[in-house]
Design a protein around this ligand. Structure first.
Ligand code: NAP
Ligand code: ZN
Length: 347
């Protein structure tokens, strides 16, 4: 067993602090990864603060992991020492259910093993990427293509795949009007990806503060949701709305922006329930849907797509001792557009 440095949460209210976590011995099909960078996802904050239920403390969060293979088990076939690799939100699943057989391990009927805070097969609680090393079965490792720097690749492992998967499933492409609600970590990747897929992209943000950034990232239009005229002007406009907001919103107002047959996909995961009126759905055959990350095969497809289109996340790299400060800035919607921890500062 390897014991490595981490930044971990010990309760819902204490700041994260330096700690140590254990990593299992490298098994026959395992890959040991030396983590170079780990993104900070808003989910890390929801989770460690107990907003989604009590977390199993102590826990090192982090599921946007980019690093270099440091060792492989004797039966590993896909990776070798020195390879550039990533790990996202899952590290295992049953492998046998209908979802897993389709390559949609995130919908494993027995529940996939999440990268942190999840009971692992050995009974221990998984520990995430705010650590120097991780051991993962090769089936849950993806390759980071040459051409994307490891630091701007890290957020693709969650923010990238979580937005790519619904954009693909609901057909974002030429001739489609796509709205991205919330320009944070997920939102800024949704804009880049929807633009690269050829859709006409609008950003709906609380204010016009980040308008120039939104247009630079690939949006064609940018609107402030604080302006009631926005909702009048855009009524019935969008084929697809991807909602990335981490807080409760007035869903009826957003559903009214969908065209006939349009779909609003919620990827934002606020703790509070969201309520809506069914009439806007019924009267225009609109849909309201949810979507969780993406499967391993689709995550690799997304990384290859990003390499082809020269896409990575827009990041602010921080040292580990700035994690708590970064959390506060994420909560204040003051992120441009993903914080990424330089893991060498944990060594
Ligand atoms: P983030 O960087 O904090 O971005 C969220 C954005 O939402 C903010 O930048 C802000 O955009 C907007 N926003 C925040 N509070 C708001 C409020 N009270 N009213 C209106 N708008 C508000 O967070 P993230 O990392 O992108 O994650 C977003 C959400 O997705 C989180 O709930 C996270 O847990 C969830 N998530 C889900 C999945 C999945 O698989 N479904 C995966 C990853 C994350 P503006 O400043 O532009 O208004
Ligand atoms: Zn995430």
């Amino acid at each position: 067993m390897l014991t490595v440095n981490s930044y971990s949460a010990t309760s819902a209210t204490e700041p994260l602090a330096p700690a140590r976590v254990d990593r299992r011995d490298v098994g026959p099909r395992d890959v040991l990864i030396e983590i170079k960078y780990c993104g900070i996802c808003h989910s890390d904050i929801h989770f460690v603060r107990g907003e989604w239920g009590t977390a199993p403390y102590p826990v090192a969060p982090g599921h946007e992991i980019a690093g270099i293979v440091a060792a492989v088990g004797p039966e590993v076939t896909q990776y070798a020492v020195g390879d550039r690799v990533g790990v996202g939100c899952m590290v295992d699943s049953c492998g046998e259910c209908s979802s897993c057989r389709k390559g949609e391990e995130q919908y494993c009927l027995k529940g996939s093993t999440l990268t942190y805070g999840s009971p692992d097969k050995d009974g221990r609680i998984t520990q995430g990427g705010y650590t120097t090393h991780i051991v993962v079965t090769e089936d849950f490792v993806v390759r980071i293509p040459e051409g994307i720097e490891l630091d701007s690749a890290a957020p693709l492992l969650c923010a990238g795949i979580t937005t790519y998967s619904p954009l693909r499933r609901w057909g974002a492409g030429p001739g489609k009007k796509v709205a991205v609600v919330g320009l944070g970590g997920l939102g800024h990747m949704a804009v880049k990806l929807a633009h690269a897929l050829g859709a006409e992209v609008s950003v709906l943000s609380q204010s016009l503060k980040k308008r120039e950034d939104g247009l630079r990232l690939g949006a064609d239009h940018y609107y402030a949701t604080s302006d009631p005229e926005t909702f009048e002007q855009l009524a019935g406009s969008f084929d697809l709305i991807v909602n990335t907001i981490s807080a409760k919103i007035d869903l009826d107002a957003y559903l009214s922006l969908l065209a006939v047959d349009g779909t609003m996909v919620n990827v934002g995961a606020p703790a509070e329930p969201l309520a809506f009126n069914v009439f806007p759905l019924i009267m225009s055959r609109r849909s309201f849907a949810g979507s969780a990350i993406g499967g391993i095969r689709e995550t690799q497809e997304m990384l290859d797509f990003c390499a082809q289109h020269h896409l990575g996340a827009d990041i602010e790299v921080i040292s580990a001792d700035k994690i708590n400060e970064a959390y506060e800035r994420v909560l204040a919607s003051d992120v441009r557009y993903r914080f990424v921890i330089d893991i060498s500062t944990l060594a």
